[in-house]
Every structure is written in structure tokens, then in C-alpha cells.
Design a protein. Structure first.
Length: 540
């Protein structure tokens, strides 16, 4: 334990030293500006805004000056001038938001534009989650720089990616050689700037990994002062799972024994049997933090999840091997009898077939529930599931799986950050989860303004400075002199998510300006087309 606490203490000192340097840099730039030496004219000056700086303190009236990609002045701008002066009187000025768990796809043009994120005030996203992160971080980041991206990006290296490459979808422990190959995979990702190791132990092939296997791989991340990010095994609705609380204990153990911080992806308790039980999971995190383990979490505030039909409707052993292996099992009469029972039990855990809404590209499925499809095809539900999966896995939402009481309770925890858990859908095409368009603005409009579950300053802190500090990025996440100019400007009374489950392709309202590394990505509510996001390696 002493070794782990020391590691975190050393890391905190390093971050503190870097922050101190940045503050000194900011002060020197400001003094130069005031004396007409370093900056006779600022690039951008935001005048008269109500600054919620990300630290958790209440708003104050301040002006913000930007030169290049940095904030160089926060104060009362008497005598300062800028090439571009913007009156933000009556508006909120915050740091750009951090999406701690994103499925954004920056390999395609509409993804690189990042409009669903920008309209929420998001300027930084974390990718490579659920165990899927590539270890080719340098090449990936170079591609982002060459093609241009709307937001900043950080990346994990994935356990599922490593295991899948080395072992395929195998239900067994790795051999010593396979373990070394997986370690090499993780090590390369860390050396090229990955934040740490991500897992998706709810999904194949990570589902088949032992706790000891993940600890061993996470020790590689620990060598580089990395982080352990997890979609843990069982949020409470896993078929024959380990259980909601045991899953939390396992994730904390993996970080504690390897010597890394831990962050839980989209942390919440799933299923009707776990309604009102979020406090039990929170108690485990509080206990770990009390003994010196750096454990945090992120959430979105919707009650629906989104994953795949395979994950929700057939046991994990069915998908061992490859797709052809799964289809062969579907053709075996004895296996079909087992699946008829298992699928119905899994659907019952998730609230029934009426609660599974397809988000798949197939037009005959998209926007329909599994119950709708069963009625149209006049087939039993397990047979419908197998027929769909024969053609390939299908995207699906699980409606009302989270309890809003749990979600509101978790939003109040000091270690809770925010995520979309969403992708970058093609605007207007099909049904998708509305969280891609509205996770952050929904939290602000409902949990802050409407229900007063949390304060504005508390919400912004969890969306900005808390995230940057946890990830070890020293000069982002605050509206502060010397920090990178990632800034969002909102009309507080107009902030709202417009996306719904029935009509998800609607951008959020109330976001007036978004600045990424000193350039306007959104101005007066309209995208500028400027792609000024940057890939950020571990440590900044």
C-alpha cells in the first residue's frame, strides 16, 4: 500500500510542479501584455463574461485574453486590445468540457468535424475505451494531425485489442508466451503516449480473462505512470455475472495491486434489482479512496444503455471462436434448447424485449424494438435473436436500464466526471442513442438548472478540471492564465439537450462559442469548420 500511495504522491508533485510553471508562464505573458512588450494586441478578448473557471468556485465577472493557443489574461481588461474582441456579457464562460469515455470516430470526415460534441461544449475526448484501444498511438495521432480534428484527443491502449490479436476469442488463460505478447502490445501503446490500459470485461474476449491476467497487464501501464480505465464485468445486469458490487471490488483490486489509478466507465447500477443501490457501489469507491487509492468514475445521465445484441441476448460462450463458430452452435439442436432458455432469461434481466431498441444500420431493424421485430416476423424471441445474429451483430439500446434515483445520487459524488459514451453518428440517419448529442447539456439543464441536484460550479468542475487533473494533463481544464485556450461560452438559460430517443439527431442548444486551442470551432452558434484539435499524449 505504501508503494501505491507513494506513486500517487510523486505523480501529484510532478503535476503540481508543472502547474506552477504554467502559472508563472501565464503571469509573465500577462505582465508583458500590460506593458506592451510580449503582446501589444491579443488575438481574442472575451469581454464581460461570468467565468466559471473549473475550480469549483462560484462564477465571477472577468475578461479573458487569448494569444496563440494560450489564455494569457484573466481579469479586468482595461487598456488591453485584441484583433478579435467578443462581447460575452451575460453569458457563461467555462473551460471546454472533457468527455471521459467516447466512441467518436475520427477516421471519417463527419467524425472529424465533431459537431455533436462541439454543440455540447466538448473540446477534449478520451478514446480507446472498453478495451478496444490500438497500440499504434503514434501513427493514429499523426493521422489526426494530418487530417485535422475538431477536438483534442487522448487515447488508451486496450486489453481486448491485445487479447484478441494474440488469442482470438478464446475461453482460457494465456500461455506464458501469449502473456508476453500481450504485455508487448500494451508496452508499445504506453511508449507511444497512451494514457493507460482500458478493459471491457463485460465483452468478449475480455470476459474470459482472469483478474490476475488483467493485473499483470496493468502492471505494464503502471511502469509508465498509466491509468486503469474499465468497463467492469458486471454493472448488475450481466447474465450469470459476478454481481454489481463484486465487479467494483475487482476493478479496484486491479488498480490497487498493479499500482495505477482507476476510473470506472459510465459508472452506475443496472437492472431492476439494483434500483436505489448506487450508494453501495459509491461506498466501495469512498473506502478505496480513503486508503489512498485514486479511484474515480464517469457517468452520462440517461437511463438507457447502448451496446450490441450479442452482449444483451446470448451467453458469452456462444461467441467463442469466430462468427462461423457461433452460427454452427445456432445450428445444433441441443445448443438451441439451451439458448432458448438463456435468451429469455437474459431479456428478463433487461426488462423484456420491449426495452431493446435497435440502433443498427439495417433499415428493417433500426428504430424498432426486439418485440416489434418478433411480431413482424411471427417468430419466438430467441429465434429472432439468432436469425439477426446470423447476419452479423446488431447495435441496440436497452431502455430504462438505469435508475434515475441512482443516477442523481452518483452525480453528487466528488469523484464523478461526465462522458457521452457516444459516437459520431451521421446526422439524420437512423435511430441512435441521444447521448451522442446531449449528455453534457442534459446534465446541465436537468441536474443543475431544473432539479438542482448539483450546483453549476460543481458540475463544471467535474466536466473540466477534475478530468484534466485525474488524467495528469497539467495545463488544461481551467480558465486560467498560462493554460491552453479551450473555452466554451453558453447562454445559461438556453442550455438544453434536444435529442430524444425518437428523434436523436438534434444538436444541443445554448452553446454560443467554442474555442479549441485558441481558435473558434463554434461561433455565434455556427460551426466555423476550423479543425484545431490536437492529440494529447500521456502527461500532456
Amino acid at each position: 500500500m505504501r508503494r501505491i500511495v507513494s506513486r500517487f504522491s510523486d505523480r501529484g508533485k510532478a503535476v503540481s510542479h508543472r502547474l506552477g510553471f504554467c502559472v508563472l508562464l501565464g503571469l509573465s505573458l500577462v505582465l508583458g501584455a500590460c506593458h506592451g512588450t510580449a503582446y501589444d494586441v491579443l488575438d481574442v478578448l472575451l469581454l464581460g463574461g461570468r467565468i466559471v473557471d473549473g475550480s469549483g468556485t462560484p462564477w465571477v465577472y472577468r475578461d479573458v485574453g487569448i494569444a496563440g493557443d494560450r489564455i494569457v489574461f484573466v481579469g479586468h481588461a482595461r487598456g488591453l486590445s485584441a484583433r478579435d474582441t467578443v462581447d460575452v456579457s451575460g453569458l457563461l464562460v467555462t473551460p471546454g468540457f472533457w468527455d471521459m469515455h467516447s466512441h467518436a470516430d475520427y477516421s471519417v470526415e463527419h467524425g472529424r468535424q465533431g459537431l455533436p460534441m462541439l454543440y455540447q461544449g466538448i473540446t477534449t475526448v478520451v478514446l480507446g475505451i472498453d478495451g478496444g484501444g490500438t497500440n499504434e498511438v503514434a501513427a493514429t495521432f499523426a493521422g489526426y494531425r494530418d487530417q485535422g480534428i475538431a477536438t483534442n484527443v487522448l487515447q488508451y491502449v486496450g486489453h481486448n485489442a491485445a487479447r484478441g490479436l494474440v488469442m482470438g476469442v478464446a475461453d482460457r488463460d494465456p500461455t506464458p508466451d501469449e502473456m508476453e505478447a500481450m504485455k508487448s502490445y500494451v508496452r508499445r501503446g504506453m511508449e507511444e503516449g497512451a494514457l493507460g490500459l482500458s478493459t471491457g470485461l463485460f465483452y468478449n474476449p475480455g470476459y474470459f480473462a482472469s483478474t490476475e491476467e488483467v493485473i499483470e497487464l496493468n502492471r505494464v501501464a503502471a511502469e509508465y505512470d498509466g491509468i486503469y480505465d474499465t468497463h467492469d464485468r458486471d454493472l448488475g445486469a450481466t447474465y450469470h455475472g459476478v454481481g454489481y458490487l463484486e465487479s467494483i471490488r475487482e476493478a479496484i483490486e486491479i488498480g490497487e495491486r498493479a499500482g495505477t489509478p482507476v476510473i470506472f466507465s459510465h459508472f452506475n447500477a443496472q437492472g431492476r434489482l439494483n434500483r436505489g443501490r448506487a450508494w453501495e457501489g459509491a461506498r466501495l469507491i469512498d473506502s478505496a479512496r480513503a486508503r489512498g487509492i485514486d479511484v474515480m468514475a464517469a457517468q452520462h445521465v440517461y437511463t438507457a444503455t447502448q451496446s450490441s445484441l450479442t452482449a444483451y441476448a446470448v451467453p458469452r460462450w456462444v461467441a467463442v471462436g469466430d462468427h462461423e463458430s457461433m452460427v454452427r452452435r445456432f445450428n445444433h439442436p441441443d445448443t438451441v434448447k439451451l439458448l432458448d432458455v438463456a435468451t429469455m432469461e437474459m431479456l428478463d434481466i433487461r426488462g423484456g424485449a420491449e426495452k431493446l431498441l435497435f440502433t443498427d444500420e439495417r433499415s428493417d431493424l433500426n428504430g424498432k424494438t426486439l418485440a416489434d421485430v418478433a411480431r413482424e416476423w411471427d417468430m419466438p424471441l430467441p429465434e429472432v435473436v439468432r436469425r439477426i445474429l446470423r447476419e452479423g451483430n446488431a447495435g441496440v439500446m436497452n431502455l430504462e436500464l438505469y435508475d434515475i434515483v441512482n443516477t442523481k445520487f452518483l452525480a453528487q459524488q466528488e469523484w464523478m466526471m461526465t462522458c457521452t459514451d457516444g459516437g459520431t453518428p451521421v446526422f439524420g440517419q437512423g435511430i441512435t442513442h441521444p447521448r451522442s448529442y446531449g449528455a453534457f447539456t442534459r446534465k446541465l439543464s436537468e441536474f443543475v438548472r431544473r432539479d438542482s441536484v448539483i450546483s453549476l460550479a460543481f458540475a463544471v468542475r467535474g466536466m473540466t478540471a477534475t478530468a484534466a487533473m485525474f488524467l495528469g494533463i497539467p495545463d488544461r481544464g481551467l480558465v486560467k492564465e498560462g493554460f491552453f485556450a479551450d473555452v466554451a461560452v453558453f447562454d445559461e438559460h438556453e442550455i438544453r439537450d434536444n435529442a430524444t430517443f425518437e428523434d436523436p439527431h438534434q444538436y444541443s442548444s445554448g452553446t454560443v462559442h467554442v474555442i479549441v486551442n485558441g481558435e473558434f470551432a463554434l461561433r455565434d452558434g455556427e460551426p466555423t469548420g476550423i479543425l484545431n484539435g490536437q492529440p494529447i499524449p500521456r502527461g500532456g
